[in-house]
Design a protein around this ligand. Sequence first.
Ligand code: GUN
Ligand code: ZN
Length: 356
Amino acid sequence: MTFEIKERDAAGRLCQFTTKHGNVTTPNLLPVINPNKMMVTPKEMKKRFGTDILITNSYIIYKNPELKKKALESGVHALIDFDGSIMTDSGTFQSYVYGDVHLDPIEIVQFQRDIGSDIGTILDVFGTPGQTKEVAEQGVQETIERAKKSISHKGEMLLACPVQGSVYPQLREYCARQLSALSADFFPIGGVVPLMENQRYSDLVRCILAAKQGLDPSKPVHLFGAGHPLIFSLAVALGCDFFDSSAYAKYANDGRMIFQWGTEKFDDLTELPCSCPICTKYSKEELTELDAKERTLQIALHNLYVSFTELKIIRIAISEGWLWKLVEQRASTNPFLSDALRVLREPDHLQWLEQH
Ligand code: GUN
Ligand code: ZN
């Protein structure tokens, strides 16, 4: 792996990231591919959005005998028919959502290595925002232990070790420091999905800032589960390099369209305020007349166009030095995001940001 910083603005950076399966320019978005039901195939993502990297879930593959056999025989790239870089997640999120995941932390790392994942993820312990500090500490300690044990099994695979620590900045920073001291390759910031779902952007900012203060600045940072373009620019300005999106499919299934300023219910729109290829091809009425499955697919594609476009804007903003202006512009459309910007005016944070 190489991770070369080319340009900077605020604490954001524009980088070239290289795996065995090619180059990726960051900041970038990893679309989530569910190997059981691909709404948009990786091939189509490559063609439409120039997708060079995506993320799929090794736990879903591991627990399905047919997928597991095929992945072990032919590799994960053949399984989902994609020749770019593939990151795999480990089952941590399923364990958080469903609570019934019985997995050996080492076995799932070995499995990701054996199916040829470019970036595998340890089975971290998901820290929820409602945890007491003591419980969050135990989760962090267990995550660090699992990271230490997992490292020797990674082989040629890059290993992602998520920073946990719930909403406790000191714990986040501690976790980040401990993980950075290991030879991990990739640092997701984990446990933030519930914060994003509840628009708790101020807490999200505190989590990112604390993690970044403990992380090795030469390694890529991923905001785990962040798929809404509304927060991309702010997260990038704080030093996040990667996002992953299942939001495009989840929102589409729910009849919702993603825009740079937020989300709108398709049924509530009188017209389509977008000029992506989907919204150019169909009027609101024409989309309404499609059968439900086809309409969902078209909305998912629109959601991806909007998300990838926001990343293009962000990369240009970094190169040209107006990332902060973009952050303020995006924040002006959402009161929770505006509040989150205020966190950065606290003296410690301002100083950190100014250093960058
Ligand atoms: N997906 C969303 N959040 C998380 C997290 O905290 N850990 C892992 N492994 N995957 C995630
Ligand atoms: Zn559109």
